[in-house]
Design a protein around this ligand. Structure first.
Ligand code: ADQ
Length: 491
């Protein structure tokens, strides 16, 4: 009943942005029609698989795609992004979405993506967990590539359309797009944290970045703290005026506030309850050892996710005899990520060394202490793991939100399972019934693991059902609706 109602509500919401006729797409036409949506993101929501006549496009996994793709399927529009290789590809339709590829050459990928995006912005915006690097050559390419994305978006958008730019790769696009197309409503959403003044000030191009973002009408962050950091910096470096959540810049009003991203709760919930998923869970549990408690972690293999600290806490748990391989197993699933960047290769070696060390010390015949899988899983496999685990460890050192925490909650339809969550994940602000930890405080971390493993069933159930109500209510559709209605000015 509730699900049917939700679907109806969503269908109504989604009708507010409808696809224009093909002929209307040309710039300058369609002033009386409902505005369409153009999403601009570094990557396309699809990737090429197979070779020769078997080659085709498939939908991709990952934070942004997971969040926006379900909405885009119901809000027909255009997605502008890089295809992931240097081939020049014509626009095409995939799963009812128009795809407009942006071509990047090898040198551009090395400087704009591996360099400026992943070795400057990524570490700088994540508390400088690794030292950010600043190179003028990377910056030049970042500017040039941002201009190409802005040009592609300008060409795709009809008069008065809504353009939604995503993430740290494209922070100059809002202002570049406004310069070309002042008729558009432009939104920007940052999926990662926005740093405090004392870190952001390191950036040699700090004013350019702030002014680039200020080209948007609505600037969304994962947390109020990020929005406040931005606001303070804009007043200081860009001569903007205003408060924590609304600014004035060059005579225009700008909304800058938190829009915490979420997941398609019902999608996970329905699949996790299916007979196929239940069978998968039973099989997985019997393979891992029917009576063993399963501790689970699923992340991109990234230094912000705290994989090493987590393994050290698990190691101590075994070392102090608080858990034994006979009755407890830790499963770490890690998606390979950014392997062209040196820090990521080093991290992989470090993780593999610790896993080997723990297993060398604590595994028993037929009872491996840590199962480590460095690979991509299908959504169905992920759901099986989420639904089978007793304790889920989501313990990043810093994370904009973390969708894994919310996916786990959505997969626990019987309200079992305990979530251990880092206070430095954006999700901790909403998921207050999780056991929160400071992942750098190992005593506290080990204690939280012990508490999670021993938590009485009733307490776990009470906590999980509150977590589920929260994620169900504030799902990805609510997030999208909130952002887009703010952008349309209909809030
Ligand atoms: P990410 O850093 O990529 O995203 P996260 O929010 O955890 O992080 O999303 C990861 C997604 O990848 C999840 O949907 C998860 O299911 C999937 N995934 C993880 N491991 C996988 C595996 N082995 N196989 C298949 N799928 C896997 C960025 C920010 C986050 C923010 C999101 C969305 O860093 O803080 O939550 O964007 O805004």
């Amino acid at each position: 009943m509730t699900t049917a109602l939700n679907r109806r509500t969503r269908a109504t919401r989604n009708r507010t942005v409808s696809r224009p006729a093909r002929s209307e797409r040309k710039q300058g036409l369609g002033s009386s029609r409902t505005a369409s949506l153009v999403v601009v993101a570094n990557r396309l929501p699809v990737h090429r698989v197979g070779v020769g006549s078997n080659a085709h496009w498939e939908s991709s996994a990952g934070g942004l795609v997971t969040a926006v793709a379900p909405v885009m399927k119901k809000l027909p529009g255009v997605w502008v992004g890089w295809s992931g290789n240097d081939a020049s590809i014509k626009p095409f339709i995939h799963d009812r979405m128009r795809i407009r590829p942006v071509t990047l050459g090898r040198e551009e990928v090395a400087k704009y993506y591996d360099g400026m995006s992943n070795r400057t912005f990524w570490p700088l915006y994540h508390d400088a967990i690794r030292p950010p690097e600043f190179q003028r050559e990377w910056w030049k390419k970042y500017v040039a590539v941002n201009a190409r994305f802005a040009q592609a978006a300008a060409a795709e958008a009809a008069r008065g359309d809504i353009v939604w730019v995503h993430d740290y790769h494209l922070q100059l696009v809002p202002a570049m797009l406004r310069e070309r197309r002042p008729d558009l409503r432009i939104g920007f959403f940052l999926h990662i944290p926005f740093p405090p003044e004392e870190l952001f000030e390191w950036l040699p191009w700090r004013e350019e970045i702030l002014k680039g973002l200020l080209g948007a009408d609505v600037i969304g962050f994962q947390s109020p703290m990020a929005a406040q950091n931005f606001s303070r910096l804009c007043r200081h470096y860009a001569e903007a005026e205003g408060t924590g959540t609304s600014l004035r810049y060059e005579g225009r009003p700008i909304v800058n506030r938190a829009f915490p991203i979420s997941i398609d709760f019902d999608w996970f919930d329905i699949r996790a309850k299916s007979p196929a998923a239940r069978e998968g869970v039973a099989e997985l549990r019997s393979r891992l050892g029917a009576k063993r408690k399963i501790l689970l972690a699923i992340d991109r293999l990234d230094y912000t996710k705290g994989v090493v600290r987590r393994l050290q806490a698990v190691e101590e748990l075994f070392e102090r005899g608080l858990a034994k391989a006979e009755d407890c197993v830790f499963v770490q699933i890690a998606t390979p990520s950014r392997e062209a960047v040196a820090e990521y290769a080093t991290l992989r070696d470090e993780v593999e060394t610790i896993v080997g060390r723990i297993n060398g010390k604590f595994s028993q015949p037929g009872r491996v202490a840590v199962h480590y899988f460095r690979r991509n899983l299908t959504r169905e496999e992920l759901i099986t793991y989420y639904a089978a685990a007793d304790v889920m460890l989501v313990t990043p050192l810093r994370d904009g939100m973390n969708l894994v925490a919310k996916e786990f909650v959505a997969c626990r339809s019987d309200s079992t399972g305990v979530l251990v969550l880092s206070q430095f994940a954006g999700a901790a602000r909403e998921l207050t019934r999780a056991l929160t930890v400071n992942p750098r405080d190992q005593d506290h971390f080990v204690e939280a693991l012990r508490t999670a493993l021993k938590m009485p069933r009733e307490e776990a159930r009470m906590r999980m059902s509150m977590l589920r109500s929260r994620v169900k209510r504030d799902d990805v559709y609510a997030w999208c609706d909130d952002f887009l209605s703010e952008l349309r000015g209909t809030k």
